[in-house]
Design a protein around this ligand. Sequence first.
Ligand code: SF4
Ligand code: SF4
Length: 328
Amino acid sequence: MRNMLPLLKKTDFPAIKRARMHTLQVNLGYLCNQTCFHCHVNAGPNRKELMDEANINLLIQLMEVSGIKTLDLTGGAPEMNPHFRKLVLAARKLKINVIDRCNLTILQEPGYAWLAEFLADNKVEVAASLPCYLEDNVNAQRGDGVFQTSIEGIKKLNALGYAAEGSKLTLNLVYNPQGINLPPSQQELETAYKKELLHRYDIHFNELFTITNQPIARFGSTLVSKGLFDEYMALLKDNFQQANVKGVMCRTLISIDWQGYVYDCDFNQMLGLPAPIEGEEKLHIAQLIAQEELETTLHQGLAGQPITIMDHCYACTAGQGSSCGGAL
Ligand code: SF4
Ligand code: SF4
């Protein structure tokens, strides 16, 4: 894959600093039961990179001292990490809200019959990618048969109470656009998804999150090879909204890679740009826990620390704004 850094480095994106941190986002590894064409971590069944138990234990220590409110788990398929259950149970014991970025098909995989009930029993919030309510579009992006298996996965979660009226079990769906467009209005698309999915498949979900494609990883390389990179960057910059800057997700989260290193967000993680916290070049979670001066910083929620910005940050502020929780 092409190195996107030279194209993104020279930026006029406004400098941003951290607010108080409330979310710990963790990539548990690149192992996945799917091999989606657009995957930004190139995950798949043959990947060996998985967070080990030593780093899982450090995360648990970090959750104990940092006072975070949300643990956001991603991958690959995060549930395929053998320590997934240990981490979730530890977080729930601390009354931390857990989000599982679930690909839905994993719920139907042999060996994962436990998963749906485990998520429901522990009130884990599920965020699941479903880039369209039309079968052909989803299969083209995520692989043959993925749409139907995803629908079966949603039905399984609905049967356990996910997205039922009055239920505390939350199922959110995630949409990102095809091609070089910004996402349409989140509210209008959510209404259309709800109507179509109910009518066609009798399934329910809570909210739809629209996410703007980042000009990095495989999407970024494709833009460059098709000669569309400058056009897409111009679209992002032309639609810059100053009001979105204060809401970008890196101000309130840290992102941890499968080896335990700290980044400002998942996108900077994929670009290999570590968080410049306390001037460290590459900070490990063990340092966040162990170093006295950093512990003080951690108790203050990292507020005031700088964030590494480049041109890809414009994807977070264009139009209605974009984050892992959808429009800003
Ligand atoms: S399900 Fe997600 S992590 Fe797995 S290959 Fe697809 S995009 Fe990548
Ligand atoms: S790309 Fe990352 S660092 Fe840049 S604004 Fe978005 S969340 Fe923040």
